[in-house]
Design a protein around this ligand. Structure first.
Ligand code: ADP
Ligand code: ZN
Length: 745
């Protein structure tokens, strides 16, 4: 391959200036610089870090300045990942520097953290008997250490050795000076999972459906260039993970590497152990990337991957950018999950990026889910993806029986809204008697969801956001779930001064306390963002639940996904309507998915599971189809609705948000933008009106939405960027573009 002489480089600096810049390469650096290298360059009157996009022989920029230094050794960003970054920039209508910021973890970009260095000792020159004798008299501690060192057969960590002998560093240094010990600093990895107990496992014998599914993936691995993305639609507990594990084994056998994406929330120790256990032949075979790593750990995991030692990466969203070479397989587990969508720039969906990366790198991509997204299932039904089904649970375990409880009837009977219906209470009682476990699910934190005045009707609202404050009893404060603002609980209504405040609505905290009162003999635990603030709380609670120390687990979506507890035979969904009435075209789809996923936690052991779904809208399609485990039926009716309304998967949507502390300026900007877009986009695309966002005020800012729709998304993105670049926005108005949005609030 002819390589351009590195006279000049074209770079993007880490700051979003929406421009590429050229620099001259000093002769000494020329052999070291490459596409994907990280460099330090002069920018205005400072230095900036930058990424090399291209190496040039010539540049016609005048007054060009030389670059200052190369950061780290070797190219950090492979040309393959750089291609992906360019695609993302074009597709998501987002500056490439912002994309690169997401692609490379900060510790890698800034190269400030390095490997943890540890001092190792090995024997030095041989120690004669006479010399040892003299040493014993003159420096007995050195003699003791010298004897120990001379017996070493391999280098050991100095700290460990000294600790064992209760000797200090000074003694070791003195010994080294005499040449009797050799010291060397070596890099060691910080292993966030060092304490995990990894039990090696091997491939299970697959059932017939699994054999067929694995076969399809293996065929694709044999001819990846022709392979279509594979959608693995398998009911909860059908053994999808086992298929991933065996597909990864085949990938390694092909001499290639693999990425497994899982939603952050299900990146539990249980999941990590399954992967580490299957590939236990080498301790650094599997790298794990997620958002709770310490900086040092992230540095080590990333370089373990970059250097080729780790061949499998298990991680959340951003692991799709893992710098593996010879990538052969990407698995996206629970591909429908909204956590794959990043909610700030670049607003990418890791599942879609995975498909593009796979296409560019000629590797196989497997999307797995019990409740595929409408988009993916649509692609499969049109033959764009290859569909593989797993219809049975392992060992023919029955799908749980789902019962719907009509809360309207309960209310008529008891005149008040109960938290637990009579039937659910009876069911829990029966489980407690049989020593089986129960999960109660409610997707809302806190004790009471609002504090109302029964005289004037005012609710306590967040001063920064247009939502009611939630009462948290444990800390006895009101809190905003959007911006974190907290306030004391007033004694009287601040609006009318009357002593008439009432608590309304309920969250997990209240469910927990109600359940504890109803079943004083049971051990009840709550699992949500409030109760899981301590680092190990999550892991400990899960362990306690698994070992049967907890009878009833109450929680938010934290407990909805991926957990496998054979002794759970009852799941209660306290209020299935919570997400159903949001002003979002995916509200129904999300409810269907959530009900199916939560139900999937029941009956994974020997006893058949039972699920109670409490709802005020028992006949809503999402609830009825979920009840009958009828994905196909759900898919067809939902697709019809989407087609009628021109929503995805029929058209792409782009959501533009203009926000500002000044309501008028946000509105004006949005309206101006709509006018310009209508001129520049043409009839191929639909431009909605500027509307106040459903969540009008967030963190003190007023928000206006514009929804665009169209088929040719790349063109739409480009035209949109051009229009935005030409418009002078007021400085205090922020305009955000979200391509294929998930959050319409
Ligand atoms: P899913 O990912 O579809 O929810 P899992 O892969 O977690 O399902 O499988 C559910 C359970 O069944 C796990 O405990 C798994 O070890 C077990 N399992 C999977 N495949 C097999 C098999 N072929 N034979 C026996 N047990 C299996
Ligand atoms: Zn708020």
């Amino acid at each position: 391959m002819a390589v351009a002489t590195a006279n000049y480089v074209r770079v993007v600096i880490d700051r979003a200036i929406h421009r590429e810049l050229d620099y001259q390469v000093p002769e000494t650096l020329a052999p070291l610089v490459n596409v994907g290298s990280r460099v330090r360059v002069p920018f205005r009157d400072k230095s900036a870090l930058a990424t090399v996009l291209a190496v040039l022989e010539n540049s016609d920029v005048r007054g060009i300045r030389p670059l200052e230094a190369i950061v780290g050794d070797g190219p950090i960003l492979s040309s393959e990942l750089l291609e992906l970054a360019k695609w993302m920039s074009a597709y998501y209508c987002c500056p490439i520097e912002t994309v690169i910021r997401s692609l490379l973890p900060q510790v890698v970009r800034k190269a400030q953290v390095s490997w943890k260095k540890q001092l190792f000792v090995r024997p030095g020159r041989e120690l004669g008997a006479e010399e040892l004798d003299t040493l014993r008299k003159r420096a007995p501690r050195q003699a003791e250490l010298a004897a120990a060192v001379s017996r070493l057969t391999e280098p050991v960590a100095a700290a460990d050795l000294l600790r064992k002998l209760s000797l200090d560093n000074q003694t070791l240094r003195a010994l080294a000076k005499r040449g009797l010990a050799e010291l060397r600093e070596e890099a060691v990895a910080r292993d966030p999972h060092a304490e995990d107990q990894i039990v090696p496992t091997s491939n299970l014998a697959l059932n017939l459906e699994q054999v067929a599914a694995l076969g399809t993936i293996q065929q694709a691995l044999d001819a990846p260039a022709e392979a279509r993305p594979i959608l693995l639609h398998g009911v909860t507990g059908s053994g999808k993970t086992e298929i991933y594990l065996q597909a990864i084994r085949s990938t390694l056998d092909h001499g290639r590497t693999a990425i497994v994406l899982v939603p952050e929330i299900s990146l539990t120790p249980q999941t990590v152990e399954r992967f580490k256990g299957r590939f236990a032949e080498r301790s650094d075979m599997v790298a794990v990337l997620h958002s709770h790593l310490a900086e040092g750990e992230r540095h080590d995991e990333w370089h373990k991957i970059h250097s080729g030692r780790a061949r499998i990466v298990v991680g959340a969203r951003s692991a799709v950018f893992a710098p593996l070479k010879d990538l052969g397989l990407i698995v996206v587990d629970e591909e429908h999950e909204s956590t794959y969508k990043q909610e700030d720039a670049p607003r990418y969906n890791a599942r879609d990026v995975a498909i593009v990366r796979a296409k560019m790198g000629k590797c196989v991509v497997v999307l797995g889910s019990a409740t595929p997204s409408l988009e993916s299932y649509f692609n499969a039904s049109r033959g764009k993806y290859q569909l593989v089904n797993l219809t049975q649970r392992i060992d023919d375990k029955q799908m749980p029986q789902i019962r719907i409880t009509d809360l309207r009837q309960e209310r008529r009977k008891h005149k008040t809204a109960a938290i637990l219906s009579e039937k659910l209470i009876t069911a829990i009682t029966a489980r407690l008697e049989k020593r089986e476990q129960t999960i109660l699910f409610l997707n809302r934190r806190g004790f009471s969801t609002s504090l109302l005045c029964s005289e004037c009707g005012e609710a306590r609202e967040c001063p920064n956001c247009s939502v009611a404050l939630t009462f948290h009893r444990q800390v006895a404060r009101l809190s905003c779930h959007l911006c974190g603002h907290t306030a004391a609980v007033p004694k009287k209504c601040p609006n009318c001064g009357k002593d008439a405040l009432i608590y309304a609505g309920f969250g997990t905290e209240k469910v927990e306390s109600t359940v504890s009162q109803l079943f004083p003999q049971a051990v009840v635990r709550r699992m949500d963002a409030d109760s899981m603030t301590r680092k190990d709380a999550y892991r400990e609670t899960l362990r306690a639940f698994r070992t049967g120390k907890i009878d009833i687990l109450v929680g938010t979506q934290m407990i909805a996904k991926g957990l496998h507890f054979p002794n759970v035979t009852l799941v209660g969904i306290i209020n299935a309507d919570l997400g159903l009435h949001l002003p979002d075209f995916r509200a129904g789809e999300r409810t269907f998915q959530l009900l199916t996923q939560v139900s999937g936690r029941a009956g994974r052991g020997e006893v058949m599971g039972e699920v109670f779904v409490q709802t005020y809208t028992p006949f809503s399609p999402s609830i009825q189809f979920a009840r009958h485990h009828d994905f196909q039926g759900y898919f067809e009716q939902e697709l019809e609705f989407r087609e009628r309304c021109d929503f995805p998967p029929f058209k792409h949507a782009v959501l533009i948000t203009a926000r500002s502390n000044h309501e008028g300026r946000a509105k004006l900007t949005a309206e101006t933008l709509v006018r310009r877009l209508k001129e520049s986009l043409g009839s191929e695309f639909t431009v909605g009106d500027a509307m106040p966002a459903p969540l009008e005020k967030l963190q003190g800012q007023y928000r206006f939405h514009i929804l665009l729709r169209g088929e040719a998304i790349m063109r739409l993105s480009r035209l949109l960027r051009e229009t935005l670049d030409k418009l002078p926005f007021p400085e205090d108005v922020m305009v955000a573009v979200d391509v294929d949005p998930y959050q319409l609030l």
